[in-house]
Design a protein around this ligand. Structure first.
Ligand SMILES: [Zn+2]
Length: 329
């Protein structure tokens, strides 16, 4: 039988502080060994034949199975796949992005890591964002507020704005779900960009992000009329007249929506391509859902743990963005 899982510990599983980070990750080989441990918690397992034994090491990047001679690398099939950026820079990037409470812009990342190009910083950040959503994560449950909100974003991309190009501002509709904790406080959040506030657009979001049996708290909109048919309890907050402001009836979504809007304006200067917005929202949710983590290093650990099981994306994949996905993602 396996030992019960223990939580990751500072100074053992992730660095306590920057000084320790520098010690641990002095070489690309050390970084590679660290990722290897995250990818195969119980030791290397050959991806082809399943043999579990210490592999041959042709060089620091190549691992070879002792049985079937299959060769692989720790970064193959992960967000670090085929990167020309040294692993040390990647790990420093992961440290920086998780240690800044509000996250970082691509320009900030480029400056801190001394990267030659803005595109490298931008791609790195986007690859990290892809790793911020855990596949098969648990749905929200209990008391969950659901609403839609508009987020104003501009299509300005640095450095084009220096030419004084006109910025197009778009109000993008986003569905928000927030667990509310009694007597006071919020649990986890989920977001999704939606084309409109119809039932057809909002219901798939609810079904994929909220556990049936939960109580949905919504406004009186017809969008939510059939949720009880899908196994949810429904608390409709019908606002009679205009004397009750919306933030009183659904305080969770209004609080979270204002935080996410401030974050997009502050850290990202409001400049987010509409097709990229879902990934920014994933990053916000990653941070928000782990806001009680006492250690920033823990966030670093969780990010890299997910990074080694997240498939790679290329610059052009990323620049293409995500289309609306009513059937989930
Ligand atoms: Zn093998």
């Amino acid at each position: 039988m396996n030992a019960p899982p223990r939580g990751p510990k500072a100074g053992q599983d992730y660095p306590q502080a920057w000084a320790q980070f520098m010690d641990w990750f002095a070489t690309d080989e050390a970084c590679s060994r660290y990722l290897e441990r995250l990818r195969w918690h119980d030791g290397f397992v050959c991806p082809r034949c399943g043999n579990a034994a210490e592999p041959y090491r042709a060089n620091r990047a190549r691992l070879m199975c002792r049985v079937c001679k299959h060769q692989c690398s720790v970064t193959a099939g992960t967000i670090f796949d085929k990167t020309r950026t040294p692993l040390r820079t990647w790990l420093a990037g992961a440290w920086y992005v998780t240690n800044q409470k509000q996250g970082v812009s691509a320009l900030g990342m480029q400056r801190v890591l001394g990267l030659n190009s803005y595109e490298t910083a931008w791609t790195m950040l986007h690859r990290f964002r892809r790793a911020m959503t855990r596949p098969g994560r648990e749905r929200l449950k209990g008391d969950v507020e659901v609403d839609e909100t508009y987020i104003a974003i501009t299509d300005r991309i640095y450095p084009l704005s220096r030419e004084g190009r006109k910025r197009n501002t778009t109000d993008t509709l986003v569905a928000v779900a927030v667990e509310v904790v009694k007597p006071k406080g919020f649990g986890r959040v989920r977001f999704r960009r939606i084309p409109d506030d119809s039932e057809r657009s909002v219901l798939p979001f609810i079904r994929e992000e909220v556990e049936p049996g939960s109580t949905l708290h919504t406004d009186g909109s017809a969008t939510y009329r059939s949720v009880t048919k899908h196994g949810y309890k429904h608390d409709r907050n019908v606002i009679l007249g205009s004397s009750t402001p919306a933030h009183v009836s659904l305080p969770g979504v209004h609080r979270v929506a204002s935080l996410v809007k401030r974050w997009i304006l502050g850290t990202h200067h409001g400049a987010v391509q509409p097709s990229q917005l879902d990934y920014y929202l994933d990053e916000f949710a990653f941070r928000f859902n782990r806001r009680s983590s006492r250690s920033r290093g823990m966030l670093f650990y969780r990010l890299l743990e997910q990074a080694v099981i997240t498939p790679p994306v290329t610059y052009s994949d990323i620049a293409g963005g995500r289309s609306f996905s009513p059937s989930g993602r």
